[in-house]
Design a protein around this ligand. Structure first.
Ligand code: PLP
Length: 424
């Protein structure tokens, strides 16, 4: 595949300069990445960059598991044959990264990740081209940087994003046969960092483990787009100013279970998370949220809440904003949206459509919101009716599977080919 992808985001992403293996991560982009890491480095500990892809060891599993038929896959239930592990201690820094056979972890019962949720994670996917020859990651730099930010929030160690991404690429390569060779199927990657310190003290951890497990997954919508109905229940708050809503900590998710159960009991599939007296719309379930409406000035506008500390900076959100604003020339605004704004747009017939966005589904159309015991219908146009959600879904999938040329799609082979030029 021709890889002529000089990125317009070259400072953020890998620059791939020609079609074979000459992949250059320029020294200026490394410096910027390092600079970025510094901005959220964990206080006084764990200078990043202490584990290196060049030290990676690979121990292959002796017995490979049987792979389930793709059509039988259930999200997050099946795991591949290998995992990546990197241990860290305050005294010795990061150990050498290793790919090892998939195994259970042995943790001391007092370990502070179990008691105080000193744990964070990422969700990303690896995709295979139709001919099965190429494997891709989608904007892994964003996941690596978000994981670093999450670590910093918990006093967990930071690391070099480029080195991490190359270790990740090796892991995907080792288990590439687990990626179903069908459009819409992928391998879900779950990078995780936990405190392993044995203590009941609420303290910055002195030891940690970074690990990555992987799980083959099927398409989110197996039988075509199915719009979701939301319960907007102001009594529950996902995130608050000064809190941790903008990072991906396990502790953000446990408390969403009860609201989810309540929503399901009332017949709604997701919770629309609100914040504040004005009922600001923040996120939906584990997705960012978009409304496509005619604004009060009569303009077509795609709006999404701004990235303040009550909203997770989604990779999909960022990509949708970029595509719609810069490639498709749409008016796109990141601004505060209240339930009053949403209801007014619905009642005045200005709401065109709405959808959630995230790695799992890419986009999920929304066709109704229950707020204060009243249900508001949101239009959910079909593909034939020109739905933006459908158009985005198809466009994003084509990027992720390497069918449409994009700087956001990183070929595994290209990531690995950088190893000689990557600065430390
Ligand atoms: C709370 C929350 N918001 C938004 C997202 C979407 O983020 P992304 O597009 O990076 O998957 C996720 C999923 O990670 C999430 O858990």
């Amino acid at each position: 595949m021709l890889l002529q992808r000089i990125s317009r985001h070259a400072t953020k992403a890998t620059r791939i300069t020609n079609s074979k293996t000459t992949t250059v991560l320029s020294s200026s982009s490394i410096t910027q990445q390092q600079q970025q890491n510094r901005e959220y480095s964990s206080v006084g500990k764990s200078p990043y960059g202490e584990f290196y892809h060049s030290n990676l060891s690979v121990e292959k599993a002796k017995n490979l598991k049987e792979k389930p038929l793709p059509e039988n896959l259930i999200f997050g239930k099946t795991f591949t044959d290998h995992m990546l592990e990197v241990e860290w201690t305050e005294n010795n820094g990061w150990a050498k990264p290793k790919i090892v056979p998939y195994h259970k972890l042995e943790l001391h019962p007092s370990c502070s990740s179990l008691h105080y949720a000193i744990q964070c994670f990422e969700g990303m996917k690896a995709y295979k081209s139709d001919d099965g020859k190429n494997t891709f990651l989608f904007r892994p730099d964003m996941n690596a940087s978000r994981l670093n930010k999450s670590c910093a929030r918990l006093g967990l160690p930071n690391f070099s994003s480029p080195e991490f991404i190359k270790c990740l690429a090796e892991l995907v390569e080792v288990d590439r046969d687990w990626i179903p060779n069908q459009f819409g199927y992928s391998l879900y990657l779950r990078p995780t960092v936990i405190s392993t310190e044995e203590t009941l003290g609420v303290l910055p951890p002195k030891s940690a483990l970074l690990y990555v497990i992987m799980s083959p997954v099927g398409p989110y919508f197996r039988t075509g787009f199915k719009p979701v109905k939301l319960l907007a229940e102001p009594k529950y708050i996902r995130a608050f100013p000064g809190g941790t809503g903008s990072v991906k900590l396990g502790s953000n998710y446990g408390p969403t279970i009860l609201p989810q159960i309540e929503a399901a009991d009332k017949g709604y599939s997701q919770v629309l998370w609100l914040y504040g007296e004005n009922h600001e719309v923040t996120e939906v379930g584990t997705m960012n949220v978009f409304f496509y409406w005619i604004n009060e000035k009569g303009e077509e506008e795609l709006v999404t809440p701004p990235l303040v500390d009550i909203v997770l900076p989604g990779v999909t959100r960022d990509t949708i904003i970029d595509i719609t604003r810069n490639d498709w020339g749409m008016k796109v605004s990141e601004k505060t949206i209240t339930m009053k704004d949403v209801i007014k747009a619905v009642e005045e017939g200005r709401m065109i459509e709405s959808f959630g966005s995230g790695t799992a589904c890419v986009v999920a159309p929304i066709n109704g919101i229950n707020f204060k015991e009243k249900e508001y219908s949101i239009p959910a146009p079909t593909k034939e009716e020109g739905s933006l959600a459908h158009k985005l879904f198809e466009h994003m999938l084509n990027i992720q599977y390497g069918k449409t040329d994009s700087p956001y799609c990183w070929a595994i082979q290209d990531i690995l080919a950088e190893k000689k030029t990557l600065l430390r």
